[in-house]
Ligand binder design. Sequence first.
Ligand code: SAM
Ligand code: SF4
Length: 361
Amino acid sequence: MPTVSEIIGQELFNRENLVTLLRAEGAEGMFLLQKAAEMKLQTVGNKVYFRGLIELSNVCEKDCLYCGIRKSNDKVLRYNLNDLEVLKAAQFAFRERYGSIVIQSGEVTNDHFAERIERLLVHIRNMSDNKLGITLSLGEQSEEVYNRWYDAGAHRYLLRIESSNPELYRKLHPEDGKHTFQKRLTALNHLKKIGYQTGTGVMIGTPFQALDDLAGDLLFFRDFDIDMVGMGPFIEHNDTPFNTPAGDALPLSVRFYLTLKMVAILRLMMPDINIAATTALQAIDPLGREKAVKAGANIIMPNITPGSYRNNYLLYNNKPCTDEEPEQCTGCLDARIALTDSEIGYGEWGDSRHFARKKKN
Ligand code: SAM
Ligand code: SF4
């Protein structure tokens, strides 16, 4: 069995060895994080890019068993930002030189929604003179709708595979024919074919998940040749079927450390992709995102949703910064990023270098 150092040095990233890396603790765990930090500096550099996150609406047609805003949760006060609120948030990001925004929402699949997003994209492009990068994270849509949004100016799309193991995917979702692994995969293939910078990811520490599943997820990211990844710890939400940790659930601190190791390993496996330091990390450790940046992440998604709505976009318990207005986040983020010895790529898109390299070849 090769050691952690041999696996990294010789790039022996097969399934079994990835499990060994995920098990690394103490000095070996530190070594892994250190090697990923070095790789990041050599490849994508020390810049962190912002994606101002606009949580457009918590209305959702889906019922993912893990998610606090799932359709069946009738305790949620549903909201939908109006167009002016969305444009104001985008303007804020532009003025603060965030470089890019992400528009995220529960999954809604009707013509009205598709048209609304199209219209908003055109407005945002005009308002920013095409200078604001736009990522969408609006769930599974038809190929036609993805095409329309691409033509209207979105150029990146985030759709997590949630688990690359179809069996586990099935256990995390209702079996109603709407939540199928195959549909998720088809949607990801459409995004890639259309020309989006395609991002995916998984939650770490979900019920029924084994280290072997996470190793499989890492191989899936590589084999699918993904451009961006957002991975975060799974955190229970009280009003979901997964509301209390199952008997064999990993403690939050272990999910946290595993997420850092997932980020680090992926940076070593796919050196030039964009990797997000996700907000869920911050729900467990106040310096969670900063620790992920140190372990290889290079993207942060500051929440720029108007403060009054944030309390209703609760995917999991203890979501951070729900009481703040966007203006309060900027100074806080500057100080936080300084802690990681990184520089903020103000006013830059910070596109995936991996994507650019693929396009050239
Ligand atoms: N509805 C879109 C979708 O599912 O792609 C975008 C919004 S959805 C809330 C964004 C991500 O939140 C999901 O991909 C999922 O991985 C994550 N998420 C949902 N519930 C979570 C939980 N309890 N803990 C951690 N992450 C969660
Ligand atoms: Fe809806 Fe996305 Fe939550 Fe699933 S993860 S219930 S699609 S918001």
